[in-house]
Design a protein around this ligand. Structure first.
Ligand code: ADP
Ligand code: MG
Length: 670
């Protein structure tokens, strides 16, 4: 028999409804907290403003009438006296209340009043004798009313609530003066005052953020104790390589290189994120650290999210390492069978080789030989599972994730709490700031003139569109159309096109031609966001730029300004003040971190959440932006417990470790 049926008031029908809402037993029921509260604050006429939601007490003075206005739309009307003043009440789709409203009945109405017309348009009506709470829990359980749900939850708590222990450590609960779990259970379904709501919210927020951090920090610390093979390399060889670079490393590059090499040297596994704007010089840092590991006698795998980017890397690294004696192998799903066979053979037999490719790197037939270091570029495009797979290909290889999307600090501590983070904030000194200008859709003539100017100087141009083809739903520019417009307008120049639907070989041809200046204008979707590197491209026009996030625009803009030629980015947008205001930030700053923080503020964390496949980072009550300070505090609290080896044996922490064990098991991380 279902445990649910032991609760008075739950019969088979209600049980089925609860099941459909994923409530299978009384503990599920107990753990179902209200999704929000409706607040009814009983007030008086003198305190009530017109046309603002108010709750007032009155007495029914006429027999209610029902008018059927149209299908599924009824109006119940009657008169009331509120503090000696008559009002005509209207309430919609509540015709069933007609029979319970007798003349003389005391009721509580919520809605808006109009004192000129003496009307009360009500949204809620309760009998005075049933009106207990100013605050009503709303559960959003499909098919079960809030009052009914509230009743069965409370009964479940009485029956089984005592079986649930409070796993939040007492010391922390006391430190922040949080209510206990049993107090929470009592309050959460029955709050009386706003103060109660605050107590509920504080407890839930802290608990979920603390538990989240406890898990993340545990994983991070545990990874750190995982042994890796210690890597010994010849420091002079590395120094020599750095000397051959055509430039001096920036201080930021030196700092992060040291951080990474220190981890590589250590006998423990590295799990590190390297973040920095496009062009901040991450690739060189990767090159130095790759060489270190190769020199120590290990294989290195570098994984890119797209074929284009992987090929680009292959070229870049072949160039960096042209004088080093190490072999570089390219692997993707696109190479021929013979080539693949040949390369797999090299990977199997040669223990000092750099393997660059797409996710083909973790196909089962790839047998590594002493894989010591794995780098994944633009790591957010890979799922957690995929990375795990690659990690399993070596004996705990050191892992570096590279990302050109700067993550705001507030998000980094939650999204990447299980990793160490190295950040490059400074750009090479010779980098020229890209001049960014806004243009309205109606100013395309002007934009064409600017394009012409750049082309006449022998420079090249990117034109970015949000869509590939015309869309019936969205009135946005598409690559196809823009391509044909530009072709007509710039007859003496060559226009090329790039998007995800173009065949791989053709993509490569287009990129090669663009790099060789045989294509002057490249019309593209955001596929060029990463990996395309043509220093002669000095102008980027982004159509419908208001459709993109600031971080993404910044990413796109990173394609230009890659030489000492002055570069320009033109953001074409619809004529709208709000849109303009947001885009103007692009004119003012080229600091990717600032822009991502701005994105976070304006568009919320969704954009970044999409960035990391993770169901874990959804909170019921906490908001990782608004509550970032709690997240930080929770992190320190978690670390304090985890850093102390005795904690595990202390009674007050037993339940939180038990919790940890269960979540690790659930997410297959134990
Ligand atoms: P990222 O990978 O962060 O986008 P790259 O490593 O590709 O950046 O560097 C972008 C460009 O800047 C490359 O052409 C590179 O040669 C150059 N570069 C890198 N570091 C420096 C530096 N310290 N000084 C001058 N130029 C640099
Ligand atoms: Mg190591």
């Amino acid at each position: 028999m279902s445990m649910l049926l032991t609760i008075k008031g739950i019969g088979p029908k209600l049980k089925d409804k609860l099941n459909r809402n994923e409530i299978y037993d009384c503990f599920d029921l107990i753990n179902k907290f209200p999704s929000r509260y409706e607040i009814y604050h009983l007030t008086t006429l003198s305190d009530a403003a017109d046309n603002i939601r108010v709750t007032l007490e009155g007495k029914v003075t006429s027999v209610p009438t029902v008018a059927y206005i149209r299908k599924n739309f009824t109006k119940l009307a009657f008169k009331v006296i509120i503090e000696n003043r008559p009002f005509s009440v209207a309430i919609f789709n509540r015709e069933y209340l007609k029979n319970i409203l007798d003349i003389g009945e005391d009721i509580v109405l919520t809605g808006t009043i109009d004192r000129i017309k003496n009307t009360f348009t009500a949204t809620t009506l309760k009998l005075k004798r049933n009106f207990k709470n100013e605050i009503e829990p709303i559960y959003n359980v499909d098919g079960v009313g809030d009052a009914q749900f509230n009743k069965i939850v409370k009964l479940s708590i009485i029956e089984y609530g005592y079986l649930i222990e409070d796993d939040l450590p007492e010391s922390l609960r006391k430190k922040y003066k949080l209510i206990t779990y049993s107090e929470l259970l009592k309050l959460v379904h029955n709050p009386i005052t706003k103060k109660d709501l605050e107590k509920i919210s504080r407890r839930i927020k802290y608990e979920e953020l603390f538990k989240f951090q406890f898990k993340m920090q545990y994983i991070r610390l545990r990874n750190k104790t995982k042994k890796s093979l210690s890597k010994k390399y010849d420091i002079n060889f590395i120094r020599q390589f750095i000397k051959t670079l055509p430039f001096e490393l920036t201080n930021a590059q030196k700092k992060v290189t040291n951080e990474i090499i220190k981890d590589i040297k250590s006998p423990y596994v590295m799990n590190r994120l390297l973040q920095g704007d496009t062009g901040s010089g991450k690739t060189v840092v990767a090159a130095i650290t790759i060489l270190t590991v190769l020199n120590a006698g290990f294989q290195v795998a570098l994984m890119a999210p797209t074929e284009i980017l992987a090929r680009q890397h292959y070229k870049t690294f072949s160039n960096y390492f042209k004088d080093a004696k190490y072999e570089i192998v390219f692997l993707s799903g696109k190479i021929s069978r013979e080539q693949r066979k040949e390369r797999l053979e090299i990977i199997k037999n040669n223990s000092q080789v750099l393997i660059i490719g797409t996710h083909a790197l973790f196909s089962t037939d790839v047998r590594y030989n002493n894989l010591g270091y794995v780098i994944t570029d633009e790591q957010h495009r890979f799922g957690v599972k995929q990375r795990q797979k690659l990690r399993e290909k070596g004996f705990n290889p050191d892992i570096l994730y590279m990302s050109a999307t700067p993550i705001p600090r507030t998000l980094a501590i939650s999204l990447f709490g299980d990793m160490d983070i190295s950040t490059i904030r400074e750009k090479p000194a010779n980098r020229k700031k890209v001049d960014t200008k806004l243009f309205r859709n109606s100013e395309m003539n002007l934009v064409h003139m600017i394009i012409e100017d750049e082309l006449n100087k022998g420079h090249q141009v990117y034109v970015v569109t949000p869509l590939i083809l015309e869309s019936e739903k969205l009135d946005l520019s598409n690559a196809q159309k823009v391509f044909s417009t530009l072709n007509k307008r710039f007859k003496e120049f060559s226009v090329g096109m790039m998007h995800s639907k173009i065949k791989q070989e053709d993509k490569e041809t287009v990129i090669d031609m663009f790099n060789a200046n045989k294509i002057n204008i490249l019309v593209s979707t955001t596929v060029i966001e990463v990996g395309v590197d043509n220093p002669n491209a000095t102008l980027m026009v982004v159509m419908d730029s208001d459709r993109f996030g600031l971080s993404q625009l910044h990413q796109l803009r990173g394609r230009i300004g890659r030489s000492n030629l002055k570069s320009y980015c033109l953001l074409i947008h619809k004529d709208n003040e709000e849109v303009k205001e947001r885009l103007e930030i692009m004119e003012k700053t080229d600091d990717g971190f600032k822009l991502s923080e701005e994105d976070l503020r304006l568009r919320g964390p969704g954009e970044f959440f999409g960035a990391r496949q993770s169901g874990d980072i959804k909170f019921k009550e906490a908001d990782i932006v608004r509550d970032a300070h709690i997240l930080e505090i929770a992190k320190n609290d978690a670390l304090e417990i985890l850093d102390n080896k005795d904690s595990y044996y202390q009674k007050q922490f037993q339940l939180i470790f038990k919790y940890l064990k269960s979540v690790l098991k659930k997410s297959n991380l134990d």
